[in-house]
Write a protein that binds this ligand. Structure first.
Ligand SMILES: [Zn+2]
Length: 356
């Protein structure tokens, strides 16, 4: 479902420039921090995909305010997904800007442009969850065109949690918020209490927490949905007045948004528990087929990511157990999780504080 286009708009020193993507989510918002008078520091947050159409849209948005891509001095990345980093190398070639992003960027680049050993791991892991070889190929058929629209490059600086990005009169604090992907960061401007939330907080869609693959098939996998909520709890205390997301319009109450995410995750956990209660011992793929009967075949990677995120939570909470049968992992329900048993759905309103 595409979101309503939000348009180029200026908010004080912040300029929002949406650019088109070939993805279901629609446009991605790049943000520009305009220079203080007398300064030539022009900061861009996220690039759009590497297509001519996106390039022209970014250039046109900057031109409206008297700037061009060649004037960018620093490119900051919230994360390395195609729509955020797709035209990074062309922007650097044109402007000579530096590119800064979280140190985990390389693992997401490897997931788009995978080395052969990573493909072996993915096949082995997904086979354990019930995938056939054909399903694996279908889940990743998008990689055939990714190379055309994704032009990543080396970072000039690797950002870490709590780093400060020095911008004249507009310093940004880096908050590492893994979950949607391992390198996701949110940028926080303390004086004006504004937040650039990337894909971590989105006003109209729930961020997908993509399955993370370990280096070896049998190694521990990161439980990305649980990790996502630890990140959400980390940004919860910030007193944000305005939040600028990568998709959709600027919004205000991120605590209410996170509460909504938690309630919908809780509903899905319950739905999966009920599927297991009815179905007995099921593979992750079978759970996905029942959870998303209409779309599972078309969106295999998103569906298995969603299912595993929730099964991980149920397993960590002691609500299911697993058994290996013929090389495929099967899940059995032990108990139905009650409200608030896994996520702290009653705590959001009480959290607050004055994080500046
Ligand atoms: Zn993303």
């Amino acid at each position: 479902m595409s979101l309503e286009p939000v348009g180029v708009k200026r908010f004080g020193r912040i300029l929002r420039i949406p650019t088109p993507t070939p993805f279901g989510v629609g446009d991605i918002n790049s943000y520009v921090i305009l220079p203080e008078s007398g300064s030539d520091q022009l900061v861009l947050i996220d690039t759009g995909v590497g297509t001519e159409e996106a390039w022209q849209a970014l250039q046109a948005g900057l031109n409206e305010f008297g700037y061009g891509i060649e004037d960018i001095t620093l490119l900051l990345l919230t994360h390395a997904h195609t729509d955020h980093m797709g035209q990074a190398s062309r922007i650097r070639e044109t402007s000579g800007c530096e590119i800064w992003g979280h140190e985990n960027v390389s693992s997401t680049i490897a997931s788009f442009l995978p080395p052969p050993e990573r493909i072996d791991v993915e096949r082995a892991v997904l086979q354990r969850y019930g995938f056939s070889a054909e399903m694996y190929d279908k889940a990743y058929d998008y990689r055939a065109y990714i190379a055309d629209i994704f032009k990543p490059c080396e970072l000039d600086r690797e950002l870490k949690d709590n780093d400060i990005v020095a911008i004249n009169g507009f310093d940004l604090k880096v908050i590492h918020t893994p979950g949607h992907c391992p390198e996701e960061v949110v940028f926080w401007q303390p004086e004006s209490q504004q937040m650039f939330s990337g894909d971590h907080l989105l006003p109209d869609v729930t961020p997908v927490c993509l399955l993370d693959f370990p280096e070896m098939p049998e190694a521990e996998r990161i439980h990305t949905l649980s990790q996502y909520y630890r990140s959400a709890d980390k940004v919860l205390p910030y007193d944000a007045r305005y939040i600028y997301p990568s998709h959709g319009d600027v919004f205000q109450d991120h605590r209410q948004l996170i509460m909504g995410y938690k309630l919908s995750t809780e509903r899905r956990l319950l739905k999966i528990a009920k599927i297991l209660e009815r179905g007995g011992e099921l593979t992750p793929l079978e759970v996905g087929q029942q959870l998303f009967p209409k779309v599972w075949e078309e969106q295999l990677y998103a569906v298995i990511s969603e299912v595993m995120g929730h099964l991980d939570m149920l397993l960590d909470g002691g609500f299911v157990r697993t058994r290996e049968l013929g090389g495929i992992v099967h899940y059995t329900l032990l108990a139905i999780p009650g409200p608030g048993a896994i996520l702290q759905t009653d705590e959001v309103s009480k959290t607050g504080g004055n994080r500046r």
